[in-house]
Design a protein around this ligand. Structure first.
Ligand code: ATP
Length: 366
């Protein structure tokens, strides 16, 4: 099911009538979510991702714009008529019911032509439980399950009505690190198996990057960039997006362009064809550095952290705007222990220039 968001906007009125400060939680969001895809809404706290999800679910009403599921305009439809499955971060299972009763619950409320016989309901519940691999646990109570199993019950309960769209709000945030990893792969598998268009909200860029077909990066209610995770990582549209994606994060510097040459801390580090003379903010991905004995960029060496296949070099430079410079290089690179400095050459496609005022990306030819 294609989900079309057309100029979607949500403005919350001010709580304090005198101050009159309204909150634009989502500002003019237009995007068509492709049928059968897994889309991650990503951004820092307060950027409007949950509000977007709630509007798609029908739990909140937009102040402007429209939402279509395929051809159907669902903008004014109540949640129960939209055919959405919802999973929230606190699993919200009924504690006094068994897993089976929890999953059956949404089916028991169906009315009219959707009404099912008991046998049909049980069959459907087992199908959903099998999909999330909890069919062995049907007689247990939620308190007798692990966090990951409880979250899977919540997903089965959302799937049992065969929703047109599955909506997940921070579904992994209550799980420990290992379970998060496992459950996010599980969500990807379930989504592939069912082919249900799925939209999930997270503030964790790694989570969004690892399982989404498409990510939407938001800031203060405004969509910054939409695209495949790798494309956005490789070609961020502005400094905010460049900083938000990537672990370790991108390194940021003050720089200057003169005669189509980029200078950082007075050193000529990279030719940037087509950029006029100006101050710039420079972003360099950690993997964009090449250790070279007579490299163009000189940094003060602070530490070398061996991580197996790779080495993380921690250094600093007077022009940096991040607390340290972190570069990831192949473990074959030998840097003399006790060196005071390290010199780097740069991989041009890992270097981004941004306008110092607008923070928009400046494009240049390599
Ligand atoms: P988080 O990750 O913290 O949940 P979020 O990106 O999901 O953040 P939203 O919950 O969508 O953000 O909130 C977006 C903005 O709208 C925030 O500034 C928030 O304070 C505001 N907001 C959300 N709900 C309401 C409400 N009911 N009344 C007033 N303002 C609200």
């Amino acid at each position: 099911m294609e989900v079309i968001l057309q100029n979607l906007t949500k403005i919350f009125p001010s709580r304090n009538k005198k101050s009159g400060e309204e909150v634009v939680a989502v500002n003019d969001f237009t995007y068509t979510i492709p049928d059968g895809s897994l889309v991650g809404l990503l951004g820092p706290s307060g950027c409007g991702k949950s509000t977007t999800l709630y509007m798609i679910s029908g739990l909140q009403k937009p102040t402007g714009g429209k939402i279509f599921f395929g051809e159907d305009d669902v903008t004014d439809l109540p949640t129960e008529k939209r055919g959405v499955g919802l999973v929230f971060q606190n699993y919200a299972l009924y504690p006094h019911m068994t897993v089976k009763q929890n999953i059956l619950f949404p089916l028991q409320n169906l009315k009219g032509e959707d009404k099912m016989t008991k046998d049909q309901m049980v069959e459907r519940a087992y199908q959903a439980a099998k999909l999330v691999q909890i069919d062995e646990l049907m007689e247990r109570k939620p308190s007798e399950l692990s966090g990951g199993q409880q979250q899977r019950v919540a997903i089965a309960r959302a799937l049992v009505k065969m929703p047109r769209v599955l909506l997940l709000d921070e579904p992994l945030s209550n799980l420990d690190a290992r379970l998060r990893l496992q459950t996010r792969e599980e969500i990807r598998r379930i989504q592939r198996d069912t082919g249900i268009t799925t939209i999930f909200v997270t503030h964790d860029q790694e989570e969004a990057m690892s399982i989404s077909d498409v990510i939407v990066v938001m800031k203060l209610g405004v969509v910054q960039q939409v695209g495949k995770p790798q494309d956005i990582y490789d070609s961020p549209i502005n400094l905010f997006v460049a900083k938000f994606l990537g672990t370790p994060p991108i390194n940021v510097f003050n720089g200057e362009v003169r005669d189509e040459m980029l200078y950082i801390n007075g050193e000529a580090v990279l030719a940037v064809k087509g950029v006029s003379d100006r101050p710039v903010t420079v972003g360099i991905r950690p993997e964009g550095f090449i250790v070279a004995p007579n490299g163009k960029m000189t940094c003060n060496l602070r530490a070398i952290e061996v991580m197996g296949r790779d080495v993380s070099i921690v250094s600093d430079n007077p022009a940096m705007l991040t607390p340290v410079i972190r570069s990831i290089v192949d473990a074959d690179n030998k840097i003399a222990a006790g060196s005071a400095t390290v010199t780097f050459d740069l991989k041009p496609h890992k270097v981004f220039l941004f306008d110092t005022e607008t923070e928009e990306r400046i494009y240049f030819e390599v």
